[in-house]
Design a binder for this molecule. Structure first.
Ligand code: B12
Length: 213
């Protein structure tokens, strides 16, 4: 079994201490931070499946989320060294939020941190953010892109509402909208009227860079 697979297994089995030890070991032995993120993401998908089957309950969702957050702190210093950031000039402004009704923020926080490291000016409004607030903040901030995160099926409607309201406010021509989260697909993207959907951070960041270049 590969070391990253051992990490995934430790997370899925709720072996927190072992998971953190393995995370440190992998980083120290030169494993790419993004490969470690992927191991966490695979684990959280598996935890979600056990939750759906009634094998795991809310405490396991919380613990797996905590493990991911803890790992983020361990991984961050290694990311800084990897990505070249131009401190002088920001390449674009992106407003991030988890839409109203949804409090999942692990993925959003990873994306916000990586966008910042890649030269974007990032304003993160947090979780459960009302749509009208996102629209007014987008205007005030002068956002080039609005990045919405949502992990619940319930998030689709608020996302659609945001796109409609940006249009009504005459902001849609100048602001791109990208949506992310495990439940996103082409159909949801079309329903919402977003410019793109992603289910991983790196694809999203590359797209955002293309849009502002
Ligand atoms: C951890 C977790 C929780 C934690 C969240 C902690 C936190 N601070 O975020 C807690 C315990 C709070 C929680 C609560 C609930 N959860 Co929950 N949760 C999860 C779990 C296990 C992992 C989510 C996660 O963090 N994944 C890891 C991150 C890194 O992945 P990600 O979010 O997809 O993000 C990546 C990409 O999608 C992308 N990305 C994400 N956002 C964005 C945005 C942009 C702009 C871009 C470019 C990219 C991008 O980049 C990220 C990095 O690659 C998922 C299972 C799953 N399969 O996802 C269930 C899951 C999302 N939860 C679920 C449910 C049902 C709930 C609850 C309703 C449970 C309940 N009965 O109370 C509540 C809802 C609370 C609410 N109102 O939001 C369901 C949703 C089902 C659905 N279709 O709606 C899931 C899918 C579990 C399942 N299989 O049933 N949950």
């Amino acid at each position: 079994m590969k070391e990253t697979e051992k990490l995934t297994e430790a997370i899925v089995e709720m072996e927190e201490e072992q998971a953190m030890a393995l995370t440190r070991e992998l980083l120290e032995s030169g494993t790419a931070p993004m490969a470690i993120f992927e191991a966490y993401q695979d684990a959280l998908v598996a935890v979600g499946k056990r939750f759906e089957k009634g094998v795991y309950f809310i405490p396991e969702l919380i613990l797996s989320g905590n493990m991911m957050n803890e790992a983020m702190e361990i991984i961050k210093p290694y990311l800084d060294g990897q990505i070249v950031r131009d401190e002088r000039e920001k390449i674009g402004k992106i407003l991030m939020a988890t839409v109203e009704g949804d409090i999942h923020d692990i993925g959003k926080n990873i994306v916000s941190a990586l966008l910042d490291l890649n030269g974007f000016e990032v304003k993160d409004l947090g979780v459960d953010v009302p749509i009208d607030k996102i629209v007014s903040e987008a205007r005030e901030f002068g956002a080039d892109i609005v990045g919405l995160s949502g992990l619940l099926t319930l998030a689709f409607d608020p996302m659609k509402e945001l796109v409609d309201k940006l249009e009504a406010a005459d902001l849609r021509q100048t602001i791109k909208v990208i949506i992310g989260g495990g439940q996103m697909d082409a159909q949801v993207c079309e329903y919402v009227g977003a410019d793109a959907f992603v289910i991983d951070a790196v694809t999203g960041i590359n797209l955002c860079k293309e849009w502002v270049s």
